[in-house]
Design a protein around this ligand. Sequence first.
Ligand SMILES: *Cc1c(COP(=O)(O)O)cnc(C)c1O
Length: 362
Amino acid sequence: MAHVKLHIPGPVEVSPKTFEALCRPMIGHRGQGFKDLYAKLQPQLQTLLSTKQLVYLSTSSAWGVMEGAIRNLVAKKVLNCMCGAFSDKWLDVSKRCGKDAEGLQVPWGSPIRAEQIDAKLATGQFDALTLIHNETSTGTMSPLAEIAALKAKYPDVMFIVDAVSSMTAVPLNFDALGIDVLLAGTQKAFALPPGLSVFVASPAALAKAATIADRGYYFDFVEFEKNAKDSMTPSTPSVSHIYALASKVDDFFAEGLEARYARHHQTNQMLRDWGTKHGFTLFPEAEFGSKTLCCFNNGAKPGGRVVDAAKLQKLMKDQGILIDGGYGKIKGTTFRISNMGDETPATMQVLIVALDKAMAQL
Ligand SMILES: *Cc1c(COP(=O)(O)O)cnc(C)c1O
């Protein structure tokens, strides 16, 4: 079968080196080999997230940990900050967990702002909030530092942050932000195959979780902490994914984290420049545009060029590259292209040549 390269915003292209690591011989998850694997990874992940807390490995996609955070940390009422398909869904998930929940909805393409959260938290109704740092469906990055600063004013509110499509692409300093949970699935910016999530919890989050009676087992944060202290996971993990993660994280440090962030900035700018050249505008407010993908406006908002997104996608696929034709209610009226993972200026140039060729045929 012909290989179609993924430039969709997750899952993204996985390197042969990563697949090789994934295929290493199996080991027992309670043996020294696994403990050594996790123990080597732990300080690297702590450096990546600038934290002294233990970083946990969950064999699940991101939603497992997103739901787990609700089950572990919400006793009173959760504020779900909503600005796109994934963040909107978190309200639904909170309710399905039987929690009292309220949405803070802004129009898709707008970020969540601190003053909007402040106004809600000032009511005193909430003991937790959920925020998606980089809303992948709309390509919008909310100002995390500005929002996290509110934690000082509301120390008893659990700040739960999804960084699924931004972690490793922009700096995320967990301890300095002072937030309570930071999580990511690894099929996005980490460029691993789907099936593994990485997350970290604050001491306050662990203390709160310990007081919650019905937090379940598979995503019990207290179990994750207890096991991580021994370089283990609560249940049998996807050891193969963890081999792949170890290989990938070595790559991050070989490149250098600052160089990695700079590379994402540069490759994202290449995409933006391509859009501008063809008359497209960004769907999100430009200053809040994501660094890991571009969600181009294609009729969802006034202004800019409009093309047949399905046809553009088809013309790209014919050249062996998959781009995304828009997500949820903005399918077709936006389209998305990712620069996450291993993409370099050179690989982005190949993409851009193909995009230009497709545009010439529209
Ligand atoms: C992809 C994505 C998710 C959902 O991840 P799953 O791996 O499908 O569980 C959640 N949040 C964001 C921001 C995403 O991009």
